[in-house]
Design a protein around this ligand. Structure first.
Ligand code: AGP
Length: 606
């Protein structure tokens, strides 16, 4: 939930063609701000001392010209999402050893930091902060007394840490940049001017498009001459594949839009196109795992869980296959039922969600196989799974997941068609869905949605109802609304309304009603469309403002947003209306859709 960046130049910064590490790191931190924006800091190992610059708040507005002393060939930086210790300057990273010769930035949680801190304090070490991170530089300084080799001393300390870390380390007068990871992401970038470390690729994509995705317990040491990667436990050299990053930096930047959220929503038709182009090899391999499985679980969090739920309806209705969706945080209660012939499908945009990674471990402990639908190449989930399909959303920077959700549901659709050996038909239908999505994301349509959003911005509560595939659609619609506008919003299955929730409906209460023509074939009640429209009448009778998102209009709707009739896949298009509605509600409330309060892009702690 934090972002770290590091750089070491191939030339000294004050030589011709040299690069100031501080510039690279500050730029990189600004691109990683979505990973946490409570505070930030930069450290530069000078000859005589480590230059340190820290500040509470977002790095967005900081200009390096205001700190001209920040110059150096090596630099590390950190943008923080507080987990241990309040949001204060002293708790912000980088953290130094007592003698200020070692600086560390860290993403993750050191679970045994209290014991380590107590041990170090017994040796007379004075701590400055309340963070878990500070034990790392402090412990390295003590370790150096008995292990003069710096790299070995670092390894010894890292091997003592329990929990998760991605760290970048520099030492006073040092010429090397060290990076290491266990349980938190860290990517090593290879550029013409130097070497980079980043929690995510956007940190250095402007400078380098070749990267090595470090695996757990790997450490890289780089200097102007080159780099070496070793295993932290054994110290042995590790050979790693260099990946060419297909994303352009524009992909990872706003591209002229006011917010990442609107940019990424507008990219959704392209995401559907890219999903339709998923290689048959990937789909066949994943489908084979599904066919072989005795029980199939879908495990995810938040938006990704809603995509998994949607996938379970697709498989039930289109393939007669039972997928059991479970929130990753709740999975431990059911893990004992996972058998060795089962398949656990993990859905995750970041591939770093702690609860999902725990679920992978327990699935493997049961002997089950894990199939990942993951958006970030090289992520922990990708590397921990037996097989991964990379969803085709591209970098999703906004804290709120929109295009990644669409890419996940669309991937379930592709798998469903592959399972029926009808992938060509599936790709054709997805292209039709893409054309429909495009119609929503044009100027006039956006203006109509914005107008409705203005009214909704004054609501205290907003509800959404749907049946079948549109039950997860309703849940996802309401998650977006609450995340970005802080208005209480709740999704219900239409059939649940009369069992309590309808008591919430008062005159003027806005209710989104999602209607899909899931058709008589195989759908319960002869098709959810009729049933959900009658639910709409029930809430209407109690004064609700009914906003229909449907493949056909109905007099029960006070407002109507049209979607094409794509049967059980209609929700893939319908959700776009509620995403855009939530975006404009946030703007109407003068909120920043890219930086919703209390949230971070990737929940890498439990
Ligand atoms: C998305 O809008 C939410 N911010 C959040 O629920 C997110 O979907 C969830 O944390 C899962 O993240 P992941 O897909 O990276 O695993």
């Amino acid at each position: 939930m934090c972002g770290i960046v590091g750089f070491v130049g191939k030339k000294s910064f004050d030589e011709k063609g040299g690069v100031n590490g501080a510039e690279v790191v500050v730029d990189g931190l600004k691109r990683l701000e979505y990973r946490g924006y409570d505070s930030w800091g930069v450290a530069i190992p000078g000859e005589k001392k480590i230059l340190l610059h820290k500040a509470v708040g977002k790095i967005g507005g900081f200009e390096l010209s205001s700190a001209p002393e920040l110059k150096g060939t090596i630099a590390i930086g950190h943008t923080r999402w507080a987990t241990h210790g309040g949001v204060t300057e002293i708790n912000s990273h980088p953290h130094l050893s007592a003698d200020k010769t070692i600086a560390v930035v860290h993403n993750g949680i050191i679970e045994n930091y209290q014991e380590m801190r107590a041990k170090l304090e017994k040796k007379g070490v004075k701590f400055r902060s309340q963070t878990d991170t500070e034990v790392i530089p402090q412990a390295i300084q003590i370790e150096l007394k008995k292990t003069p080799d710096f790299k070995k001393a670092v390894r010894n300390v890292l091997n003592e840490l329990e929990g998760s870390y991605a760290v970048a380390i520099v030492v006073e007068g040092g010429k090397k940049l060290i990076g290491a990871r266990k349980g938190s992401p860290l990517v090593f970038g290879i550029g013409k001017d130097g070497y980079y470390l980043g929690s995510d690729v956007p940190a250095f994509l402007k400078y380098a498009n070749k990267a090595i995705f470090l695996d757990d317990l790997e450490m890289v040491e780089a200097d102007e001459k080159g780099y070496e990667i070793i295993n932290i436990t054994t110290g042995k050299k590790v050979e790693k594949k260099i990946t060419k990053i297909a994303w352009s930096i524009e992909d990872a930047e706003k591209g002229g839009y006011p917010h990442f959220m609107i940019k990424e929503m507008l990219e959704q038709p392209m995401v559907l196109d890219k999903t339709a182009a998923t290689s048959n090899v990937e789909l066949k391999k994943a489908a084979a795992m599904i066919k072989r499985a005795k029980q199939i679980w879908v495990v995810a969090c938040g938006t990704a869980l809603h995509a998994g739920m949607y996938g379970s309806y697709i498989f039930a209705l289109n393939n007669d296959i039972n997928l059991r969706p479970v929130s990753a945080g709740e999975f431990p209660y059911f893990a004992k039922f996972v058998g060795k012939n089962d398949l656990v499908i993990c859905v995750s945009q970041s591939g770093e969600t702690a609860d999902v990674m725990e679920a992978v471990k327990s699935a493997h402990d049961s002997g089950a196989k894990v199939l990942a639908l993951v958006n970030v190449m090289g992520s922990s989930l990708m590397r921990a799974s037996d097989y991964s399909i990379v969803t085709k959303a591209g970098p999703e920077i906004c804290v709120l997941s929109t295009k990644a959700y669409l890419s996940q549901v669309a991937m379930f659709m592709m798998l469903s068609y592959e399972l029926n050996n009808k992938i060509a038909a599936g790709k054709k239908q997805l292209k039709a869905i893409k054309a429909d999505a495009e119609k929503i994301l044009v100027k006039d349509s956006l203006a109509k949605i914005k107008k409705v959003a203005k009214g909704l911005a004054r609501a205290d509560n907003i509800y959404a109802i749907g049946r079948g595939v549109n039950y997860p659609t309703s849940l996802e619609a309401c998650l977006k609304i609450k995340e970005v506008s802080y208005i209480h919003a709740e999704g219900f299955a239409g059939g649940d309304l009369k069992h309590g929730p309808i008591a919430l409906i008062a005159p003027g209460t806005p209710v989104l009603v999602f209607v899909a023509n899931d058709g008589p074939k195989g759908a319960p009640f002869g098709g959810a469309a009729k049933e959900i429209v009658s639910n709409a009448m029930e809430v209407k009778a109690r004064g609700a403002e009914v906003i229909g998102i449907s493949y056909e209009n109905n007099q029960v709707f006070d407002r109507y947003f049209a979607v094409g009739d794509h049967g059980i896949f209609t929700g893939i298009v319908a959700i776009i209306y509620s995403q855009v509605l939530s975006y404009y509600i946030a703007l109407e409330k003068k909120l920043d859709p890219d930086k919703p309060r209390n949230l971070a892009k990737s929940v890498t702690v439990k």
